[in-house]
Write a protein that binds this ligand. Structure first.
Ligand code: LMR
Length: 396
């Protein structure tokens, strides 16, 4: 049975991680997978996470199963983080939240849920998007199509083209939006543009399916939620999949959530019952540790403010690396204007480097970017910047 199998292609992002680990070059630089690194190139555990873990270790008395949809305290904490504790959607119980194994797990549950209730849904993703998006939705049997997003010549959001495309989609389809820090371009809609997107989706009866993996890494924890808070209007339905890999540094704890918003509380509960059947036939019920950490931090004022402060430090460092990268390239006499990187959010940017240039960077300098030219700015450090900038300068 297995003897006839060809080797499957490596994952475009996590496959590079494996290749990077195998690379013997001591000067190698990893700018591929979206993982935050500090000035020393480490991915530290948040201070608040360590302290929450101490509390959990001390107080935990059982490892019995969680409910299929996870802990109610986690669901409440997630909803308050996404929308704010006093948001009408929260106080009127229009949202239900299922704890998922990471953001990817939440996306897959959303995909299986849509496939179950509306198998003919087409899922529309931005061009470009995170390369795993189409795979996850197709794996659930859904059709996937793209809408325009990025204007490569202007290094900006092609808002007119995006809106023109969305205006022509069939009612009932799902539109994947990135809540903040668009992956891979780093280019987000402005608050005014979010308002237009919100009205258009409502008018066309399209379901917003928001992938929100970077809350707090663009401009602030609440500011970054402008997207989802603007997309919601009374009576609207939407799905938000959030991840706590990056903003709590809980990558390998696989901590995420699927939050579904319905027009009424009873409709939300009915939807949750279907989400639970999807979960039960997939991973049965979620892992507890990461959710306990997030819940403990968000419910303990002292830990919460330390977490917010550390997240702010990360955000500032990423901005600083953007500035240094742009300034260093200019100082090396690179003609191409890279200042567009300064207007982008979060960990990622499109460098505009071609696939051939990306491959040369990998082969000749052991510098790892995703083939699309996406760079993880959060992987740059003061130590690796000189070599990186020289290599890019040479490439251009
Ligand atoms: C990325 O885009 O690099 C991250 O979201 C990690 C992943 O799973 O691909």
């Amino acid at each position: 049975m297995f003897g006839t199998l060809d080797v499957a292609p490596a994952d475009p992002i996590l496959g590079l991680e494996e290749a990077f680990k195998r690379d013997p070059n001591p000067a190698k630089i990893n700018l591929s997978v979206g993982v935050y690194r500090d000035a020393y190139g480490n991915t530290p555990v948040f201070r608040a996470v360590k302290r929450a873990e101490e509390l959990i270790l001390r107080n935990e008395i059982s490892k019995t199963y969680l409910a299929i949809d996870g802990m109610p305290e986690y669901a409440a904490a997630v909803q308050a983080l996404l929308f704010g504790p006093e948001h009408p959607l929260v106080t009127h119980q229009l949202a239900v939240t299922a704890h998922s194994p990471g953001g990817t797990g939440g996306l897959r549950v959303a995909a299986d849920f849509l496939s179950k209730i509306r198998p003919n849904t087409t899922v529309w993703v931005s061009q470009p998007t995170w390369p795993n998006h189409p795979n996850v939705f197709r794996a659930a049997g859904l059709a996937v199509q793209t809408y325009p997003y990025f204007d490569a010549a202007g290094n900006r959001l092609d808002f007119d083209a995006m809106m023109a495309a969305l205006a022509n989609l069939p009612a009932g389809d799902a539109v994947v939006l990135h809540g903040s820090c668009h992956n891979p371009t780093g280019i987000d809609p402005t608050p005014e543009q979010w308002a237009h997107i919100s009205s258009l989706l409502a008018e066309r009866n399209l379901l917003p399916l928001v992938d929100f993996a970077y809350q707090g890494l663009a401009n602030g924890i609440d500011v970054d939620a402008t997207s989802i808070r603007t997309l919601w209007q009374p009576g609207r339905e939407m799905i938000v999949v959030s991840s706590y890999s990056k903003n709590f540094g809980l990558y390998n704890e696989r901590t995420g959530a699927l939050t579904l918003v319905a027009a009424t509380s009873s409709e939300a509960q009915a939807a949750l019952s279907h989400i639970k059947t999807v979960v039960r036939t997939n991973y049965s019920n979620p892992p507890a540790h990461g959710a306990k950490i997030v819940t403990t931090i968000l419910r303990t004022p002292e830990l919460r403010s330390d977490w917010a402060a550390e997240l702010g430090e990360m955000r500032a460092r990423i901005r600083q690396m953007r500035e240094k990268f742009v300034a260093n390239l200019a100082a090396l006499g690179v003609q191409r204007d890279f200042s567009f990187l300064l207007n982008q959010n979060g960990m990622f940017s499109f460098t505009g480097l071609s696939k051939a240039q990306v491959l040369r960077l990998r082969q000749e300098y052991a510098i790892y970017l995703v083939d699309s030219g996406r760079v993880n700015v959060a992987g740059m450090t003061e130590a690796n910047l000189p070599l990186l900038c020289q290599a890019v300068a040479q490439m251009l």
